[in-house]
Design a protein. Sequence first.
Length: 626
Amino acid sequence: MSSSHGSTDDKEVVDRFKEALMRRIGEDRFRLWFGQGVDITVQHGDDQSSASEADQAAPLGSRFDAAIVLNVRGQFAADRMQSKLQRELRAAAMAAAPQPTDGSPPPMWGYRIEVRPPAVQQTLADDIVDPAPPAVAKRAARPAATASHTDRRPASRRHRRGGRSSESIATLWDHSQQQRDQKVSDRNAPAQQQDGQSHDATRRQESKPRSSRTADSTPAAAAASTDVAATTSIDEAASVADPSGNPPSANTPPAKNRSAKNHSAAANSSSAPTPATGGCTGAEFTMANFLGGPSNQLALTAARMACQSPGSATPLYFHGPSGVGKTHLAQAIAAHMRQRHRMRRVMFLSAERFTNDFIQFVGTSGLSAFRRRYREVDALIIDDIQFVGGKKATLRELLYTTEALMEQGRPVIFTANRAPSEINGLTGELVGRMASGLVCPLLPLDNAIRVPLMQRLITQRCNIQWPSEVVDEIAGMIDGDGRLVRGVVNLVDTLQRMYGRMPTMDEIRQFGGDILRSQAPPVTLSTIERAVCQVFDLDDAILRSNAQTRTVSEPRMLAMYLARQKTSSAFSEIAKHYGGRSHSTAIAASKKVTAWIESGKLIGRGPKALSAEQAVQRIEQVLRTG
């Protein structure tokens, strides 16, 4: 008979197997296939009846002295591992075999892939059935039942899955509770024959006020329990019992209050949906408290349009630097869809979460489960989409998911720090899908937004009102990032508590000088040159060359104009930086670009051509983001 060995020698064999396999398939592939969800053990003995086909076809006989056992989560992962890594696994198993020192023939080693049942099935049953109400727990603590607690439920009920069956989670609790009460009553019946009836009546009186369900075993009580359980949504039960082990999506509604406090705690720990927002509830992100202004007017109008008619412009794409309100708008749209349009499956998540789910599903439940999860939603909102740049498999699945939702007319919303065409690593097809809807830029917050935002935060947080001149002065010193505005208000609120009065500007500068100074990278002649070359897709040193073509000369003049506007350099310094030209060249370039901005002239040629004003905005955004 084969038996598992947990000795130090087996651990060394497993380590050698991992090292040999990593050398053959590479570190990245090893981490993808065996980084999580795969347990590797050693099995000794002559019982190889369950060996894989690869083992049976091995040379020098079909029986092995030992085997490397790989326990994987799902059949899909096992099949792919067997088909893709058969040769590497066999070679690594032979390389990991210990070599005899007495001159005897080396042992024959093979490998075997086993599929273990998903642990979520047992966990689900334990989370739902094990916690007992206080009345039952009190009786179980009596001397007659002081032995260690064992699960006396039948195996069929212990391994019962919650999926999309006719019984919901609440029904499982009801039936298990009835069975538990019956077993406790039968166990204590010999010692309680005289007062059995009175004890049962007392037990029912204790349990009814503490639970919204009855513990009776009559058919009428069971029917009433089923009616109560029917109010639970099927989607909620399915999300709790997801065999892949992934948390349910953020659109799942919370469970209704169907039981006492103990049952509510158990239900919340096992079935409460995990938000896909990285811990942000989004309760403060609404359309009502979003401040609009010239810097975000287009995006705000598009968000209102999406709230009124969710499928009118899909996909909707918001882009801009950090702290301008992209996530605020996306969260507000998601909340509006859930509340006003009764969309129950609105999924809001980050691009990192989307990528992690894709990798986890590939290793466990397969792509079909992943596609059901993300293509059967009412709306899909992905934040920070620039994270998926360069991830080919994730980009391909994101493209197909976007196309599937667009064909069904379901809203798709993305947010990013740059426009789709400016994100490195995105495929042309995905860029085209994103640009086919509505692309809305959000510029850094201007003074018209920073002042009312600061006044609102002061009203909410500070006990002492600020003088209006202090508000105006600080708002003018802060860069266009809403998070910096919040940080300054928090700082002044702390200083008010420390001094017991409104601090002076000198005191604010003393403690918050690093916040009040611009957080954007310093702007120099070199940074402007790099930003212009990046926007117009030019070589780094071409602006300093003697090239006079339109694709080079016009961006060069634009760089001279911005150098004069953004730095304190003189015209002579600017002209000398760009190829050693005369100061009159820089003066003429500044005047020409001013006229181009007023007339809306295009700069450059081909697909990279931009209007002068749009080019200036793009370059300024690159300068702010570094």
